[in-house]
Design a protein around this ligand. Structure first.
Ligand SMILES: [Zn+2]
Length: 445
């Protein structure tokens, strides 16, 4: 079976001299400025119609003078714009999804109203014209509907204004390099500098070579390079089952057939949550001691505390090490599940996106598994594509509190699910997985 999938390989530089690090940081800073500049010009409500092709935007931006003003080589300038435009498009994608949900939920709309609005949302050119109050030709689907287009158009404008986010970035620790901006020589990657014809050499730890746009991430005293590579999609002739999976916080994957994969994920992450909590509370009291010594004018003591007890280096390294360990575990368990269950199709629930606008709590005193939920979904989806497995997402409605045996409303107890109607008892995750199976089969007829 043909088809390939893009995969990222990480490549690392040797430790780099401060001069080189300063150069990289300078490029990253300007890259960030170009991105923010692009957001400012093209992320507004009236700019939807100007987003494609990105090629035009690149031309306009080049003429805007910002490139010469910053002195940024085009090998970095062009990718910054493409990067920013992709973010803006992603933002419109999320906005359309959000408005779609609001349209469905709005009881003041008739089914013809909804059909009109959905048609507009699907066609960027028409949607853009509505937002700019320009005249446009009614799309074929929307002709002959019994609707008040004025009212619907202004509703659409109102919703868009209300929910359109303004992207902005202040992470100046990475940039992308176009293929024309780098070459390889003697185990080094030589990247464009601000002086034409002169290149900066970064010695590499391995001899991977790339011909596409790469991303350079700045670490403390070295660079990490993300190289896109193509992997062949594997189709397995013997994968023919349909499986239904509940993705959980304690057990990672529970199948409706009763098999569980990633059983110790919960204890793994709660141990790490515990460790971080203790660590952070110790650090908090050190912060207090530091503040007190500073206030008392005891500079020597304050400096000592800062150096020995409040360093971020080791703290961050440990946290990253734990994270890497958990990610390896997640990947191993997904692979084990695929090999054992041989699915042709996997059914899961859509992620619940309520309260998405709320910022996640920054304290470490939260369940770490929750932060891995997105990672699990992402890896599952990637491995499905890689193995030519169909991944279906259904609504999570009625998969939590309903008894999977009799359909009555049950109770979620600390030790599992219990149905007072028929007496069915099972793990909450297993009941959830069985409900996913029931709901999927019911909608299939
Ligand atoms: Zn029941």
């Amino acid at each position: 079976m043909g088809g390939t999938l893009t995969k990222t390989i990480w490549q690392y530089s040797e430790p780099l001299p401060e001069e080189t690090m300063a150069f990289l940081r300078g490029i990253a800073l300007d890259y960030n400025k170009v991105k923010n500049h692009t957001y400012k010009r093209y992320a507004g409500i009236k700019s939807l119609g100007r987003l494609t092709p990105a090629y035009d935007i690149m031309g306009e931006m080049r003429h805007s003078g910002i490139r010469t003003q910053l002195g940024l080589p085009s090998a970095y300038f062009d990718p910054a714009i493409i990067d920013a435009v992709a973010d803006i498009k992603g933002m419109w994608g999320m906005l359309k999804k959000k408005i779609g949900i609001l349209i469905t939920a709005n009881e003041n709309l008739s089914s013809e109203d909804r059909m009109y609005l959905r048609t507009i949302l699907r066609l960027d050119k028409v949607y853009a014209a509505v937002l700019c109050h320009e005249t446009f030709e009614l799309p074929r689907n929307a002709k002959g509907l019994d609707i008040d287009t004025e009212r619907l158009n202004s509703l659409l404008c109102r919703l868009t204004r209300k929910y359109l986010a303004r992207p902005n970035t202040d992470s100046a620790d990475y940039f992308s390099i176009a293929p024309c901006g780098y070459t390889y020589r003697n185990g080094m990657i030589c990247i464009a500098s601000r002086i034409p014809g002169k290149r900066i050499a970064l010695p590499l730890k391995d001899d991977h070579i790339c011909t596409r746009q790469i991303r350079l991430c700045i670490r403390k005293d070295y660079a990490a390079l993300a190289l896109p590579t193509e992997t062949r999609i594997r189709k397995h002739a013997d994968y023919e089952n349909t499986i239904y999976i509940h993705i959980g916080y304690r057990d990672m994957l529970t199948l409706s057939n009763g098999n569980v994969y990633g059983q110790s994920l919960g204890s793994m992450t709660s141990a790490e949550t515990q460790r971080l909590m203790e660590k952070n509370s110790a650090r908090a009291s050190m912060h207090t001691a530091h503040r007190r010594s500073s206030a008392d004018g005891d500079r020597e003591k304050a400096d000592l505390i800062k150096r020995c007890n409040l360093g971020t280096e080791k703290y961050r390294r440990n946290k990253e090490k734990q994270r890497a360990k958990t990610e390896t575990f997640i990947n191993t368990e997904i692979n084990r599940m695929l090999a054992a269950e041989k699915p042709a199709k996997i059914v899961i629930t859509r992620p619940v996106t309520v309260n998405k606008t709320k910022l996640p709590s920054r304290s470490a005193n939260r369940n770490l598994t929750r932060s891995f939920n997105g990672y699990i979904r992402e890896r599952l989806s990637y491995k499905c594509r890689l193995n030519a497995i169909e991944l279906v997402e259904i609504s999570s409605k009625g998969t939590g509190n309903i008894c999977s045996l009799c359909g009555a409303e049950g109770r979620r107890m600390p030790d599992g699910f219990y149905c007072p109607d028929c007496g069915f008892a099972a793990a909450i995750s297993l009941n959830g997985a069985k409900n996913i199976e029931n709901n999927y089969i019911a909608t299939k007829g």
